[in-house]
Design a protein around this ligand. Structure first.
Ligand code: HEC
Ligand code: HEC
Ligand code: HEC
Ligand code: HEC
Ligand code: HEC
Ligand code: HEC
Length: 457
C-alpha cells in the first residue's frame, strides 16, 4: 500500500518537476530569430494537461483498485471485497507501519480468502466458494449458524476469544448487510480497539475445546501463547474417543461423528484420532514441544501467509522456518528434509487411498467432496444426502472411516506428528484388511505405503 502511495507521489513529483523545468525554459531569454530562417512551428506540449492526466490516472487506478478491494456486494453470496467494520474503521486492518507488509501476505492467505490473488486476475472478480469454502460456503452470520460463528466469522471469533467463558453467539452483532461475509480479519486476532494491536488470547485449549473426550489429553495441552489462537479453530469438533463412548452408531450418517477439518492441533496433541483397543500409541511427539508451536513453523518472520512451506507445481520447494527452527534438530541439509517431506506426502496420500479401497471392499464408499462423505454406492451421481451410509457394522469400522476423513482433511498430519500418524494408519489398515489387529498391514499394500508404515508396529 505504502509502495503504491510512494509510486503515485513520485509520478506526481516527476510531472510537477518536468512542468517546472519546461516553464523555466520558456521564460529564459531566447535569441531573436533571424527573419529569413523562420522555423516550422513545433507544437508545444500542453504540460498542464499531461500533468493533470497522470495524476488523474494514478488516482483513478488507486481508487478503482481500492474500491474493488473494499466493497462486498450485499446482493451476491460471493465476496467481492473485504468489509470495513464501523467499530474499527480503516484501522481494523491498516493499523500501523508494521502492518503494511502483513496486509499483502494476509491478502494472499487462506485466512484472507486469497482475495489479492483473485483481484490480481481481475479487479472485478469475487472470492468464490472454490477459493475459500470455509468463509463463503454458507452465510455464517445467520442465526441458524450460531454454533459455527466462532470459527467461521471474524465477529464470532473476536467475541469468543475475548471472553470464552461468557461467550454467547446470540450476542454476536454483525455489522454487515444482505449476504456480505467476513474473512478472518486482522482485528479478529489483534486487539485493535485499544490501539495496542496485541494478540487476543483465549487461554489454554482445555478452556475452549469443542469436545470433552479424551479429557486427559485435552487437559494436558499446555498454554501455547500466541498459538492458543490457532488451536481454537484448528483442533476439530469431535473425536475418536467420542465414537467409542457413543451409545448408538447405527442409523446415523457420518456427519454425526465428523472431526471437522484442518485439525492440526488435534493431531499434534492426539486428541482426535480413533485409536484401536489393545494397541499402545506413542505419547511423545518431537514437534509438540517446539516453542511457539504453530507460529514457529507457520509464521517464521511473522509471515502472514501462514504457510510453512513454499509449494510449486504441487511439490514443496522450500521450508520457510528451516534456518530459524528445523535446522536445530534436522541438521544443515535443508534439501534432504524437503525431499523427505515430498516423499512422505505422496506415501501418505497413497496410504489414505489404500484405506479408501479397503472400506469400499466393505461396501462403504468415500466421497470427500460431498458431505456427509460416506455412501453405500460407488456411483457419484447417487451421492446425495438421502443415500448417506448409516449402517455401521461396528465402532472399529466407523473409526476407520473417521480416521480416513480426518487425515484426508489434515494434509500436514505426517509432519505434525510423524510417528503417531504412522501408527494410526498402520492400525487402520491392519484392522480393515482382515478384521483383526494381527500386524498384517504390510502384507497387501503397495510398496510406497509399505515404506511409509514400515516399523510403525
Ligand atoms: C478488512 C481489512 C481492511 C480494512 C478494514 C481496510 N482495508 Fe484497505 N486494504 C486492505 C488490504 C488487504 C489491502 C491490500 C494491501 C496490499 O496490497 O499490500 C488494502 C489496500 C488499501 C489501499 C491501497 C489500494 C490497493 O488496492 O492496493 C487503500 C487506498 C486502502 N486500502 C484504503 C482503505 C480505507 C480508506 C479503509 C477504511 C475505509 C480501509 N482501506 C480499510 C485491507 C483493509
Ligand atoms: C477463526 C478460525 C481460525 C483461526 C483463529 C486460525 N485459522 Fe487457520 N484457517 C481457518 C480456516 C477456516 C481455514 C481455511 C480457509 C479456507 O480455505 O476457506 C484456515 C486455513 C489455514 C491454513 C492454510 C490451509 C490451506 O489449505 O491452505 C493454515 C496453514 C492455517 N490456517 C494455519 C493457522 C495458524 C498457524 C493459525 C494461528 C496463528 C490459524 N490458522 C488460526 C481458520 C482459522
Ligand atoms: C472449532 C472451529 C470450527 C467450528 C465450530 C466450525 N468449523 Fe467449519 N471449518 C473449520 C475449519 C478450520 C475449516 C477449514 C477446513 C477447510 O477449508 O478445509 C472449516 C471448514 C468448513 C467448511 C468448508 C468445508 C470444505 O469442504 O472445505 C464448511 C462447509 C464448514 N466448515 C461448515 C461448518 C458448519 C456448518 C459449522 C457449524 C455447524 C462449522 N463449520 C463449525 C472450523 C470450524
Ligand atoms: C490468525 C490470527 C492472525 C490474523 C488474522 C492476523 N494476525 Fe498478525 N499476528 C498473528 C500472530 C500469531 C503474530 C505473531 C507472529 C510471530 O510470533 O512472529 C502476529 C504478528 C503481527 C505483527 C507484528 C509482527 C511484525 O510484523 O512486526 C503485525 C504488525 C501484524 N501481525 C499485523 C497483522 C495485520 C495487518 C493483519 C491483517 C492483514 C494481521 N496481522 C492478521 C496473528 C494474526
Ligand atoms: C514442525 C513444524 C510444524 C508445526 C509445529 C505445525 N505445523 Fe502445520 N504444517 C507444517 C508443514 C511443513 C506443513 C506442510 C505439509 C505439506 O504441505 O506437505 C504443514 C501443514 C499444515 C496445514 C495444511 C496446509 C495446507 O496448505 O494444506 C495446516 C492447516 C497447518 N499445518 C496448521 C497448523 C497448526 C494450526 C499448527 C499448530 C496447532 C501447526 N500447523 C503446527 C509444519 C508444522
Ligand atoms: C525439537 C526438534 C525438532 C524440530 C525443531 C523440528 N523437528 Fe522435525 N522431527 C524431529 C524428530 C526427533 C523427528 C523424528 C525423527 C526423524 O524423523 O528425524 C522429526 C521428524 C520430522 C518429519 C518426519 C520424517 C519422516 O521420516 O517421516 C518431518 C517431515 C519433519 N520432522 C519436519 C520438520 C520441519 C519442516 C521442521 C521445521 C519447520 C521440523 N521438523 C522441526 C525433531 C524436530
Amino acid at each position: 500500500m505504502r509502495g503504491r502511495y510512494l509510486v503515485i507521489l513520485l509520478v506526481v513529483l516527476a510531472v510537477v518537476f518536468a512542468g517546472c523545468s519546461q516553464q523555466e525554459e520558456k521564460t529564459a531569454p531566447t535569441p531573436t530569430p533571424t527573419p529569413e530562417k523562420t522555423p516550422t512551428p513545433v507544437p508545444t506540449p500542453d504540460i498542464e494537461k499531461i500533468k493533470q492526466k497522470a495524476v488523474e490516472d494514478a488516482v483513478h487506478e488507486l481508487m478503482v483498485s481500492a474500491l474493488n478491494l473494499h466493497y462486498d456486494n450485499p446482493n451476491t453470496p460471493e465476496v467481492e471485497g473485504v468489509n470495513v467494520n464501523p467499530e474499527f474503521g480503516c484501522s481494523g486492518c491498516h493499523f500501523s507501519k508494521e502492518a503494511v507488509p502483513r496486509m499483502e501476505e494476509w491478502g494472499r492467505s487462506a485466512h484472507g480468502g486469497h482475495v489479492l490473488e483473485v483481484k490480481e486476475e481481475d479487479v472485478t472478480k469475487a472470492v468464490t466458494e472454490e477459493d475459500a469454502p470455509a468463509w463463503v460456503h454458507y452465510d455464517f452470520k445467520q442465526p441458524n449458524r450460531q454454533p459455527c460463528q466462532k470459527c467461521h466469522t471474524s465477529t464470532g471469533f473476536r467475541n469468543f476469544v475475548s471472553d470464552p467463558e461468557n461467550y454467547n453467539p446470540e450476542n454476536n452483532t454483525f455489522l454487515l448487510t444482505g449476504q456480505q461475509k467476513e474473512f478472518l480479519y486482522c482485528w479478529a486476532c489483534h486487539k485493535v480497539e485499544d490501539g495496542s494491536f496485541e494478540l487476543r488470547n483465549p487461554g489454554r485449549f482445555a478452556r475452549v475445546a469443542e469436545y470433552s473426550e479424551p479429557a486427559d489429553r485435552i487437559s494436558a495441552v499446555p498454554d501455547l501463547g500466541e498459538s492458543n489462537l490457532c488451536m481454537v479453530c484448528h483442533s476439530g469438533r469431535s473425536s475418536g474417543a467420542a465414537i467409542k463412548s457413543a451409545e448408538e452408531i447405527k442409523g446415523k450418517h457420518f456427519g454425526a461423528f465428523n472431526s471437522h477439518y484442518l485439525a492440526a492441533g488435534g493431531i499434534i496433541f492426539r486428541t482426535l484420532p480413533y485409536e484401536f483397543e489393545g494397541r499402545d500409541y506413542v505419547s511423545s511427539n518431537p514437534h509438540a514441544s517446539i516453542e511457539g508451536l504453530c507460529t514457529a513453523c507457520h509464521m517464521s518472520n511473522a509471515d502472514h501467509t501462514f504457510e510453512a512451506v513454499e509449494v510449486k507445481n504441487g511439490a514443496v520447494v522450500d521450508i520457510k522456518a528451516y534456518d530459524t527452527l528445523c535446522k536445530k534438530c534436522h541438521g544443515d541439509d535443508k534439501n534432504a528434509l524437503i525431499s523427505t517431506i515430498n516423499e512422505r506426502k505422496s506415501q501418505y496420500e497413497s496410504a489414505l487411498k489404500t484405506i479408501e479401497k479397503l472400506l469400499a471392499e466393505k461396501g462403504i464408499y468415500y466421497d470427500g467432496e460431498r458431505y456427509p462423505y460416506f455412501y453405500g454406492t460407488p456411483n457419484a451421481e447417487e451421492h446425495t444426502f438421502a443415500n448417506a451410509f448409516k449402517d455401521w457394522p461396528s465402532k472399529d469400522i466407523l473409526g476407520a472411516a473417521y480416521n480416513l476423513n480426518l487425515l484426508a482433511r489434515e494434509p500436514g498430519a505426517f509432519v505434525h506428528n510423524p510417528e503417531y500418524v504412522k501408527q494410526i494408519i498402520y492400525d487402520t489398515i491392519d484392522f480393515l484388511d482382515d478384521g483383526v489387529l494381527n500386524k498384517s498391514a504390510e502384507k497387501s499394500v503397495p510398496e510406497d505405503v509399505k515404506a511409509f508404515i514400515q516399523g510403525a508396529r
